[in-house]
Write a protein that binds this ligand. Structure first.
Ligand code: FES
Length: 147
């Protein structure tokens, strides 16, 4: 019988042995101990975004003071990689000013994660898309004079 770790072993690239697990320690840590899980009661910006290919989606809430993200919370209805990468995204976005938060890309998330298997790279888009959509909602509310 295989060890549990063997179930998470990276599938091999074309013609080469990669020798690392599908999920590295950073991803596993954020999956098992996700940061910023939850909701904000009256968020300044919020979004629900999903991936129609797999059906996974996230809900993301922002609290903004001045030009800064002072709190960010999320819930994921999806895979381990989506949970971990959204957690990492939140760590990147908290305390950032809004322009810097808008500049965060899924590549930044993957780099901070220390890599992710290619077939799971799309999962890192959910958090970034949620952040950008929540910021867009915040800017629209602000434009209408609601903030
Ligand atoms: Fe859908 Fe990961 S498989 S977000």
């Amino acid at each position: 019988m295989k060890e549990w770790k063997d179930l998470y072993r990276q599938d091999q690239g074309p013609g080469e042995a990669t020798g690392y697990f599908v999920y590295n320690e950073t991803i596993l840590d954020h999956f098992k101990n996700p940061r910023h899980i939850g909701e904000i009661e009256e968020p300044d910006g919020s979004a629900v975004v999903g991936d129609p290919n797999c059906g996974d989606h996230i809900r993301l809430h922002l609290m903004i003071e001045g030009d800064k993200i002072v709190d960010i919370r999320y819930k994921v209805f999806g895979c381990a990689a989506a949970i971990a990468t959204t957690s990492i995204l939140c760590e990147l976005a908290i305390n950032k000013d809004l322009n810097d938060a808008l500049a965060i890309t899924d590549d930044d998330v993957i780099e901070t994660a220390g890599g992710i298997p290619a077939r799971k790279a799309h999962c890192s888009l959910l958090g970034v898309a949620g952040l950008h959509s929540a910021l867009a909602e915040y800017f629209m509310k602000k434009e209408k004079g609601g903030q």
